[in-house]
Design a protein around this ligand. Structure first.
Ligand SMILES: *[C@@H]1O[C@H](CO)[C@@H](O)[C@H](O)[C@H]1NC(C)=O
Ligand SMILES: *[C@@H]1O[C@H](CO)[C@@H](O)[C@H](O)[C@H]1NC(C)=O
Ligand SMILES: *[C@@H]1O[C@H](CO)[C@@H](O)[C@H](O)[C@H]1NC(C)=O
Ligand SMILES: *[C@@H]1O[C@H](CO)[C@@H](O)[C@H](O)[C@H]1NC(C)=O
Ligand SMILES: *[C@@H]1O[C@H](CO)[C@@H](O)[C@H](O)[C@H]1NC(C)=O
Ligand SMILES: *[C@@H]1O[C@H](CO)[C@@H](O)[C@H](O)[C@H]1NC(C)=O
Length: 365
């Protein structure tokens, strides 16, 4: 049966010499394949997928895969039986279709989701900045934005590596508290006297930033109001009417903040990155103990421990991509087909690019 597969597609343009070289390579590949017998299970799966259409399989059968233009990959899902239900929130989503632009939110938490990624284990959220606006005496005249942002007891956490705390407007001391009232992060934005202009970057003049620790699942944004009568006139020299405190994707400071829009009075939403993982158990070792609850369902996938907080994520094995949380979710990467056209010298020098476990692919071309 395998010998039949050895018959190569010899086009008229391929010289006899190349053809013989190809045959030699194929024989080597066959040996490699025989040495890697465990791969044959994946091979069978691969062949099956080849015969079927290679449609991207991201959701449980019968479940919605989109809300507006946002793709919802399992373990996330909308409706009973469509998301991974392990007693923690986060994977169950809601889609408000009646709005002009459908809105995707985390069920029971109301956090708006704008993107989900299986490969990075990140979710993009959209959250409003918290705002205080003051009169000429420094008293609050209006405020807006969230008082607290909880994602406690979910499979989500605020990313410590991708987000920053930002305070916009001045003079202002902004900070975040956790659920028990403990300080999480904070910074102070000063104003400059009239003779100076604020610098472009967020370095403490009209805008300041700070990092947050990992493991944050709740924050309460706060601004310390500074009564004007107590301050030095220079301190208030170039003050802004409204001041903001918020968590935001650090990248926003270079894409959404120009250094000029610190003097604003509107309510606005900013992007925030969430790290998601299967957090019902501590790590991969604990997860493998219970096969029925183990999330990495694809035979060509592996488990990786969460980098932020407890839990684990799944990854397709090298040479595959797709959704490792579904039984047949990982697909062979087609760019590896080019590996099959290489001669033996090239092949040996590209072992890293063309993983050994993938050479069975060449036999099927
Ligand atoms: C999805 O739709 C929104 C709003 O219409 C748009 O801003 C965004 O660029 C779209 N995203 C993609 C990936 O098409
Ligand atoms: C401050 O910026 C404004 C507007 O960009 C400009 O007109 C002004 O000359 C600047 N002042 C100083 C002192 O650089
Ligand atoms: C902010 O804007 C208000 C209203 O446009 C203006 O009166 C004030 O001088 C501005 N403040 C700074 C620091 O630019
Ligand atoms: C959030 O900001 C948007 C503008 O981006 C605004 O329309 C909306 O009313 C705000 N929501 C809240 C709850 O403040
Ligand atoms: C595995 O998980 C299932 C479903 O929650 C549970 O019924 C079963 O008792 C667990 N088994 C072990 C060995 O923990
Ligand atoms: C393999 O291909 C490279 C680049 O085309 C060539 O330089 C080399 O001589 C070839 N080696 C063999 C054994 O054919």
């Amino acid at each position: 049966m395998i010998l039949q597969q050895l018959t190569l597609p010899t086009s008229s343009t391929v010289s006899e010499k190349t053809s013989r070289a190809r045959m030699a390579i194929t024989l080597v590949l066959l040996l490699v394949l025989l040495l890697l017998l465990p791969v044959t299970r994946a091979l069978a799966q691969e062949q099956q997928q080849q015969q079927q259409q290679p449609t991207q399989h991201v959701v449980q059968p019968g479940c919605r895969d989109k809300c507006g233009n946002i793709t919802i990959p399992y373990p996330f899902g909308i409706g009973a039986g469509c998301f991974r239900d392990d007693g923690r929130g986060g994977f169950q989503l809601l889609c408000e279709d009646s709005l002009p632009v459908p809105r995707l939110t985390v069920a029971d938490y109301g956090i708006q989701i704008t993107g989900l990624s299986i490969s990075t284990g990140e979710a993009q959220a959209s959250l409003n900045a918290s705002r205080h606006c003051y009169n000429s005496k420094g008293g609050i005249i209006s405020q807006g934005g969230p008082v607290a942002v909880p994602i406690v007891k979910t499979n989500l956490l605020f990313s410590a590596t991708k987000n920053s705390l930002v305070v916009l407007g001045c003079p202002s001391l902004g900070y975040l508290n956790d659920v028990a009232g403990y300080y999480v992060s904070g910074c102070m934005a000063m104003c400059q006297p009239q003779k100076f202009n604020a610098s472009g970057s967020c370095t403490g003049v009209a805008c300041c930033q700070s990092t947050i620790p990992s493991g944050v699942d709740y924050y309460q944004p706060s601004l310390l109001d500074m009564p004007k009568n107590k301050g030095d006139p220079i301190f208030y020299g170039k003050s802004t009417t409204c001041r903001y405190v918020f968590l935001v994707e650090t990248e926003w400071l270079s894409t959404g903040y120009t250094g000029e829009n610190f003097n604003r009075t509107d309510d606005f939403a900013v992007p925030v990155v969430l790290d998601w993982a299967v957090r019902s158990v501590r790590n991969c070792r604990a997860a493998r103990r219970n096969e029925t609850k183990y999330a990495c369902q694809s035979t060509v996938s592996q488990c990786v421990n969460s980098r932020n907080g407890a839990g684990y994520r799944c990854e397709c094995s090298k040479g595959y991509e797709g959704n490792p949380y579904l039984e047949d979710g990982c697909k062979g990467i087609h760019r590896y087909r080019s590996c099959c056209n290489w001669n033996i010298t090239q092949l040996l020098s590209h072992l890293a690019k063309c993983p050994l476990s993938f050479y069975h692919f060449c036999l099927m071309l």
